[in-house]
Design a protein around this ligand. Structure first.
Ligand SMILES: [Zn+2]
Length: 78
């Protein structure tokens, strides 16, 4: 039975151990990590991931386009 008026405790995801801790915590209860630092690092990872995705997309677009003839590919066409 759910109690009326019960407010769920806001939780914060620890990026270090992927467990939820109280939102007011500055350090993880489980692994002791600095939550703000991990979140900042995670944000940096996401930015790096986006950059990598952009590079991959550009590489795929370049691959999809007709390639210029490579010299010395050694395929032996005549
Ligand atoms: Zn943790």
């Amino acid at each position: 039975m759910a109690e009326p008026g019960r407010i769920p405790v806001p939780l914060r995801l620890c990026r270090g151990c992927r467990r939820f801790v109280r939102i007011e915590n500055e350090a993880c209860d489980f692994c002791g990590a600095d939550l703000a630092a991990l979140e900042a690092a995670h944000a940096g990872d996401v930015a790096a991931l986006h950059a990598a995705m952009d590079a991959l997309r550009a590489a795929m677009a370049a691959h999809a386009a007709p390639l210029p003839e490579r010299e010395g590919s050694g395929v032996g066409e005549s």
